[in-house]
Design a protein around this ligand. Structure first.
Ligand code: S3P
Length: 180
């Protein structure tokens, strides 16, 4: 087994850097990486945007919860969670069974810069502006923060810097009460 006996679950708003940080962590620590969005797209045989337009958001959320359940017996994996995943308490509970949860944050302006050309984020379709991002981020903030074991801000940092900070902080909390 590698450095981590638990999973590292990355959560946070769209464009907070989950996929990029996941790739970096998996390279640095030879960890397997999985994305809940990829699991859902594969199990449904279609892109996330198509799932939203064909079946609606509640159906997508059910698929997302199933993907998280499927991951609860895994160890040593980096899990990139879709940006809305921890809005459901059951998903947080299931993630906590085998993962440390890391919240990645960024300012709304930074998020917009990162996602403005994306056609793959149905939640932001027709709402590609700082005001909407800020508003939705505020609505989600309490759930993100409550779910997180640690919080890492990504603004103005290089990805390797973020990964090093993240691993350092995880090591600091490794001896806390939760034994996973
Ligand atoms: C969503 C975020 C997306 C994806 C879906 C819904 C959200 O994932 O799960 O479009 O509600 O924030 P990313 O955070 O990887 O973009």
């Amino acid at each position: 087994m590698g450095e981590f006996h638990y999973n590292i679950a990355l959560i946070g708003f769209m464009g907070a850097g989950k996929t990029t940080v996941s790739r970096c962590l998996s390279r640095m620590y030879a960890m397997e990486e999985v994305e809940t969005d990829v699991m859902v797209a594969e199990s449904e045989g279609m892109a996330i945007t198509d799932i939203f337009s064909k079946y609606g958001e509640p159906y997508f959320r059910a698929c997302e919860s199933n993907a998280i359940i499927a991951l609860q017996d895994r160890h040593g994996v980096v899990i990139s969670c879709g940006g809305g995943a921890v809005m459901r308490d059951e998903n947080v509970e299931n993630l906590k069974k085998s993962s440390r949860i890391v919240l990645l944050t960024a300012r709304p302006e930074t998020i917009l810069e990162r996602v403005k050309h994306s056609k793959e984020r149905p939640i932001l379709n027709g709402h590609m502006n700082v005001e909407y991002i800020e508003e939705l981020m505020e609505k989600r903030r309490a759930k993100y923060e409550a779910a997180a074991d640690i919080v890492i801000s990504t603004d103005g940092k290089r990805v390797t810097e973020i990964c090093e900070e993240l691993v350092q902080r995880l090591k600091e909390i490794t001896h806390d009460s939760r034994d996973i």
